[in-house]
Design a protein around this ligand. Structure first.
Ligand code: AMP
Ligand code: MG
Length: 368
């Protein structure tokens, strides 16, 4: 289960049924013009809250919330966010191909064979993934798709038939582990191509794609003047400004054990992303095996039950949560401190919580 956005009740929620009739949509601008000509200014509509949820991007639940004084403009913003997310979803999909489009699935299918001409957005995402591999000293590795695919195969089989749930065979894991060299992911900006130099190497961008896409969408909407909005794509939340009344956007961080909330943080002009063992796992011989794989062991990382990152950039937050998940606490704390402007909360397997120095300043109490 992913984080749930903790939100105040809508003063107005978008609903097709309550759209103004066509007559009023045509008539209102005329009325406004008349009032202006009469020398009296029309009263600016109070910003209302518009919200829509989508189920067709990044295999998760995505909600877009916009505050605006203009209903049509709010819907336009929501539609644009959705269209952009659908486009990124198709480009970054590693499981499906689409007509007339080279995406990451196409690139994986051509491993060891040929460079694939791809959209610049794909090159940017992969360049970011390579950069974060370096930043996290290899803890985040998007070239580990052959290993994560094995875990996914065995997890799905185990969930379908729990009595026969099994771990991936050691020799298969080791063989897959020999094909995870990020150096084999070759970006050619001049030719506009992406090439996997090892035929058994596979890209898996599950750790960065959502955060990256959400960040790009938010930047575009901000450049078009959006001043108060929030996008939540699964565990990735990114907010622009504050709510229209100046109050904070607040988001709950899930308790990995109870399914309730550990605490809430304010995310105005920030992003909050959480990676947790509870998000995807299966059980073999009474032991749970989750989906975040430590590149050093090729087994699910054992350091934490959840890691949350709060920072200005959603792509960085997403990449960091997964990277931090695969490194010991001391290393993680040093990395977060070195980045400046990023804060983190680690929940250790014994339930203890540790935070970076500035995290506390973002925690809000129930009454706030
Ligand atoms: P997240 O929920 O952002 O932590 O991403 C987890 C997903 O990223 C997994 O479902 C895998 O697809 C992929 N993944 C798992 N471990 C790693 C890792 N160490 N580096 C990069 N991607 C990973
Ligand atoms: Mg991540």
């Amino acid at each position: 289960m992913k984080n749930k956005v903790s939100l105040a009740k809508s003063s107005k929620t978008w609903n097709n049924a309550d759209r103004k009739p066509r007559f009023w949509r045509c008539f209102l601008p005329v009325l406004a013009a008349c009032l202006l000509l009469c020398g009296c200014s029309p009263k600016q509509a109070e910003p209302a809250r518009y919200e829509q949820t989508f189920f067709d991007v990044f295999d998760t639940v995505t909600t877009v919330i916009v505050y605006s004084g203009d209903e049509d403009a709010a819907q336009q913003t929501i539609d644009e966010a959705h269209e952009m997310l659908v486009r990124y979803h198709k480009l970054f999909d590693i499981y499906n191909t689409y007509e007339d489009l080279n995406n990451l699935c196409t690139v994986n299918q051509n491993a060891g064979n040929a460079p694939v001409p791809v959209d610049e957005d794909i090159l940017d995402l992969i360049a970011f993934g390579k950069e974060m591999h370096e930043t996290t000293d290899g803890a985040l590795n998007i070239a580990m798709g052959s290993v994560t695919a094995l875990w996914t195969e065995y997890r799905e089989a185990g969930l379908d038939d729990p009595d026969h749930a099994a771990l991936p065979p050691e020799d298969e894991l080791e063989e897959a582990g020999r094909h995870t060299d990020i150096g084999g992911v070759v970006i050619d900006r001049t030719a506009g191509t992406l090439y996997l130099a090892d035929e058994a190497l596979r890209l898996d961008v599950g750790a960065i794609a959502k955060g990256y896409a959400v960040q790009r969408v938010v930047e575009q909407l901000k450049s078009e003047g959006a001043g108060s909005l929030l996008i939540s794509a699964g565990g990735n939340v990114c907010a622009v400004g504050t709510k229209a009344d100046g109050s904070n956007w607040k988001v709950g961080i899930q308790d990995p054990y109870s399914g309730g909330y550990l605490l809430a943080v304010r995310v105005d002009d920030r992003s909050l992303v959480t990676s947790g063992t509870y998000e995807r796992y299966y059980t073999v011989d009474g032991k749970d095996y989750h989906h975040i794989i430590d590149p050093k062991t090729l087994y699910p990382s054992v350091y934490y039950d959840s890691v949350s990152v709060l920072c200005a950039d959603s792509a960085l937050a997403d990449a960091l949560t997964t990277g931090l998940f695969c490194m010991p606490l001391e290393e993680g704390e040093a990395l977060v401190d070195s980045l400046g402007g990023a804060e983190a909360l680690w929940v250790l397997p014994d339930g203890t919580q540790t935070t970076s120095a500035g995290f506390e300043a973002y925690v809000v109490s129930d009454g706030e």
